[in-house]
Design a protein around this ligand. Structure first.
Ligand code: GLY
Length: 390
């Protein structure tokens, strides 16, 4: 139903969609020029920072290796696809080339190579067949495959943190990284990558998804013998709680595995998480940082809303007519709420203003680049002429 998304919208929602697309085009025209040499993460007094040159913590995984460094390039490719304007393509290429430093340094890399090289090199290769982009993406896929732990059947998330030994740690977010492995198998016809991705996804169904459809953020496995050791609350409120961006990663991530493999269990898992998520959307459509956080303070995270909307729209594409409306209506509700709270003016380089990195950090309600990326992706998906980067 690629072309049919718009038809599922009520007449006033169709008008709203056209307006938002117009606002994206107007805003990106000047933001892209202003930030063309940067790889932004957040804003400082309304102006984008630059993770290609700045490293606020000094940690190896920060700076150029920061996990969000693919989203700016991804936004540029989405805009290029929508408008055909060469300027967007050039800016995407600039940020992709900057990421080569990560391969040279190597030590700062982690499992988020999917988030980094799918919206940059894989996007470039899909659109232009650039052989350098193919090489970068295959290099990243091999690094991701190399993090697979046979005992337990999971992909290791991070390198050791201040918390100590994380050899057995896997996180739900990885469901968005494994499409890099599906792509590598599709591209090379070598099934190893896909086998690793599916094994990780199968493990995640058992270890991350709870019986009510909510998901854990972090699961620790025994890296020597397999088996779950324990779970952690991670970026959510506490162990056993329900970090909303994690729910959204699970929802959209399992849908991605379904898109690449057609394995029905992945679709059913994405739908289970989606039903849990939809049942918890507040009346005003504004998503909290954690569905099980205390009532006060009311911490909110629009980035969770836009990631979930992407997954809901993808589910709507493959289900029957009655169900389609359920998923599309929920996605539209989330996106309208985000639009109302966004900054379309020149006061900020970013659009989505209410992002939150994690429940227990001091700073909340600030722009984070993936908020803008997934908002844009969801809007073009709704229109039905999106470029699928995953
Ligand atoms: N992948 C980490 C996060 O969602 O913040």
């Amino acid at each position: 139903m690629k072309e049919g998304n718009e038809k599922l919208l009520q007449a006033n929602d169709q008008q709203w969609l056209q307006d938002v697309i117009g606002k994206f085009k107007a805003k990106m025209e000047w933001v892209s020029v202003k930030s063309k040499l940067k790889i932004p993460y957040t804003t400082v007094n309304g102006t984008y920072d630059d993770r290609a040159t700045e490293n606020p913590t000094g940690d190896l995984a920060d700076g150029i290796n920061w996990w969000t460094n693919g989203f700016w390039g991804g936004m540029m490719w989405l805009m290029y696809h929508q408008t055909g304007r060469e300027e967007y393509k050039k800016i995407a290429e600039i940020s992709e080339e900057k990421l080569d430093r990560c391969f040279e340094e190597y030590y700062g890399l982690h499992h988020d190579v999917g988030f980094m090289w799918l919206p940059t090199s894989v996007a470039n290769y899909r659109l232009t067949k650039n052989p350098e982009s193919r090489k970068r993406a295959l290099h990243a896929a091999n690094l991701l495959a190399g993090r697979f732990n046979l005992a337990g059947g999971f992909i290791r998330a991070w390198n050791d943190l201040q918390e100590g030994d994380t050899r057995g740690w896997a996180i739900i977010d990885c469901m968005l990284n494994i499409p890099l492995l599906y792509w590598a198998s599709e591209e090379t016809k070598d099934p190893r990558f896909k086998q690793i991705a599916m094994k990780h996804a199968d493990t995640a169904i058992d270890a991350f998804v709870r019986s009510d459809g909510s998901v854990n953020h972090i699961v620790e496995f025994d890296p020597e013998h397999g088996g779950v050791v324990r779970t952690y609350g991670g970026q959510g409120y506490e162990e056993g709680s329900s970090w909303t961006r994690g729910q959204a990663w699970g929802l959209y991530g399992f849908m991605m595995s379904y898109i690449h493999t057609q394995k029905d269990e992945y679709l059913q898992t994405a739908k289970r998480i989606a039903h849990y998520f939809m049942a918890n959307i507040p009346e005003d459509g504004v998503i909290p940082v954690d569905f099980r956080q205390p009532v006060e303070p009311r911490l909110e995270d629009d980035t969770a809303a836009v990631v979930a909307a992407c997954g809901l729209i993808e589910i709507a594409k493959v289900v029957g007519t009655y169900e389609q409306r359920l998923f599309i209506d929920a996605a539209v509700k989330l996106l309208i709420a985000v639009d109302k709270r966004s900054d379309w003016t020149q006061a900020s380089d970013a659009i989505v203003q209410y992002g939150s990195g994690s429940y227990h950090v001091k700073k909340h309600h600030h722009p984070i680049i993936y908020g803008d990326y997934y908002f844009m992706e969801a809007i073009f998906k709704l229109k039905g002429n999106d470029l699928y980067l995953w």
